[in-house]
Design a protein around this ligand. Structure first.
Ligand code: SF4
Length: 163
């Protein structure tokens, strides 16, 4: 079983392409993508129901965990961090204020690299320019997803919407 960052403050993960995971948001629901059929995060949330911040009645409900927000600030060594491995950062139930708080940590933690993977790039598009593509953000996912995000930011750069 993969060991995930379930709120122990250590950010432990066995996902090969990152060194830690950071889950200030947990929970999600089917996005309409076929990739959701075998959702690892959902399986894990149900396994942990009633523990580590996963509600007993609805373990995969979208929840903000403010107590986990500052975890990356305590990791002093430059680290590749998977953001929101136990949900989708851009789910409709993720409040804009929560996202602003997360982005503020990403901006402050310039020594880390934050990997963001979402099946909802359209929502990210709608929330720009407040959620900028900082230099320490890496995108991962399908080429279509990356192209979609990059096209959005390219257009905004050309339009002078972001510095
Ligand atoms: S976490 Fe990802 S794979 Fe799982 S249901 Fe949400 S979007 Fe789908």
């Amino acid at each position: 079983m993969q060991k995930e960052n379930i709120g122990d403050g250590m950010g432990t993960t066995k996902i090969e392409w990152c060194e830690k995971s950071w889950n200030p948001i947990t929970g999600c629901s089917h996005s309409g993508s076929s990739g959701c059929a075998n959702c690892y995060a959902k399986r894990m949330a149900y396994r942990l129901k009633g523990r580590h911040g996963y509600p007993k009645d609805d373990p995969f409900r979208v929840i903000f965990h403010p107590d986990r927000l500052d975890e990356p600030l305590h990791w002093k060594k430059p680290t590749r961090i998977f953001v929101c491995s136990m949900g989708d950062l851009f789910h409709d139930d993720v409040d804009g204020f929560w996202l602003s708080a997360i982005w503020s940590i990403i901006e402050r933690c310039y020594w880390h690299t934050f990997l963001i993977l979402t099946k909802r790039p359209e929502r990210w598009k709608r929330l720009t320019p407040s959620l900028q593509l900082y230099k320490n953000i890496w995108l991962d996912g399908s080429p279509k997803y990356i192209k979609n995000i990059m096209d959005t930011f390219r257009k905004m750069l050309i339009a002078g919407c972001i510095p």
